[in-house]
Design a protein around this ligand. Structure first.
Ligand SMILES: [Zn+2]
Length: 357
């Protein structure tokens, strides 16, 4: 949706963000233009899209050389209805709530919101909630109930200091180092001083505990080659990873440079996650449940623009029924042990709470 709040905080990404204007705090809001908004400085129009479900606040295509695969039109499929959050999605959501502690008076930004599932499930605990993503693959529930914008997270189209809290899950690894710095600089700018940013991402190192996960990965790879699991979706998701943050030293330097200090960090050693989500669930899904083709996506299969991998894995996801929710909820609860037991053992994946200084 596009509320008055979103219309008020929206700014021209060209004239306002990234210091292009360099003006002394005089940043005029956008003006109404049809269903969308117009920049009073450069006259660029930012239309409402998706039957007015979101604002298109992207800078012109030539602003950045590199765009994520997710900005590619071929990547766009209509996300189906949201399912409850289970497994590692549940863990990320719970860790975010616990560390970021959003309240009903907080203005919260989801940076790289994807289909908007975290936005949707966060609504009850936040005040104003806005999501921004490079793509338009928003699910129907967030489209109807949460402020959404399409834009580039390296040039956030929002007014300075307009959010109390922000979070970004599974996003940093899709950016190059310059992109990580730009995204964090922009996140810092749109947060008020003392504002909080929660990140879930990883650096390229691992603890000794990761030996179990590597074993599981090798086993899944072996099963994949024998047609006993389909590891395609996971490979595809990782194919857009740039993994610019190699070490915690590099991450620390980037954080210091972008105006953040670490308030709290927990690590994600994935023993139970590897067992349930990476091994058992794919095997059970692949071998015991019929795949249900989604007619909406069937004809998109031929529209890849130079990508030889399948972008439409959601369309072949088996449709597990509601009966599967209790076992998935139980597995999700057991998976919390990964954080309870190993959360202080330093490894690549991390839950990070930052404070804007
Ligand atoms: Zn402008």
């Amino acid at each position: 949706m596009i509320s008055e709040y979103l219309r008020n905080v929206a700014r021209c990404p060209l004239c306002h963000a990234g210091g292009a204007s360099g003006t002394n705090g005089a940043h005029p809001p956008l003006e109404p233009a049809g269903d969308g908004l117009r920049c009073p400085t450069c006259q660029r129009v930012y239309p409402a899209q998706g039957d007015r479900g979101f604002l298109d606040l992207r800078p012109p295509a030539e602003t950045f050389d590199k765009l994520t695969d997710y900005a590619d039109e071929a990547f766009h499929q209509r996300a189906g209805s949201l399912k409850p959050l289970f497994l590692s999605a549940r863990i990320k959501m719970d860790m975010m709530s616990k560390m970021l502690e959003p309240t009903s008076s907080d203005r919260v930004l989801d940076i790289g919101c994807g289909k908007g599932q975290f936005l949707y499930y966060n609504r009850p605990s936040c005040g104003q909630l806005v999501g921004i993503d490079a793509g338009t693959n928003f699910a129907p529930e967030p489209l109807a109930t949460v402020d959404l914008a399409r834009g580039d997270i390296r040039l956030l189209p929002f007014d300075t200091g307009s959010f109390d809290k922000a979070y970004s899950l599974d996003v940093l690894e899709h950016l190059d180092e310059e992109g990580v710095i730009a995204m964090l600089t922009e996140a810092r700018r749109v947060l008020r001083p003392g504002g909080k940013l929660f990140l879930y991402s990883h650096v390229m190192m691992s603890s000794k505990l990761a030996v179990f996960q590597r074993g599981v990965n090798r086993l899944v790879h072996w099963l994949d080659r024998r047609g006993l699991v389909d590891n395609g979706p996971e490979r595809e998701r990782k194919s857009d990873h740039l993994n610019a943050m190699k070490s915690y030293e590099q991450l620390d330097a980037v954080l210091a440079r972008t105006g953040f200090r670490i308030a709290k960090i927990r690590y994600y050693n994935v023993f139970f996650k590897a067992l349930f989500e990476d091994l058992l669930l794919p095997v059970v899904e692949h071998n015991f449940f019929k795949k249900k083709a989604d007619p909406d996506n069937a004809d998109n299969e031929h529209h890849h623009h130079g990508h030889d991998h399948d972008h439409h894995h959601d369309s072949t996801k088996p449709d597990v029924g509601r009966w599967a929710y209790p076992p998935l909820a139980l597995a999700s609860t057991i998976m919390k042990l990964d954080v309870v037991l190993f959360g202080r053992v330093r490894t690549g994946p991390f839950f990070l709470l930052l404070e804007a200084v």
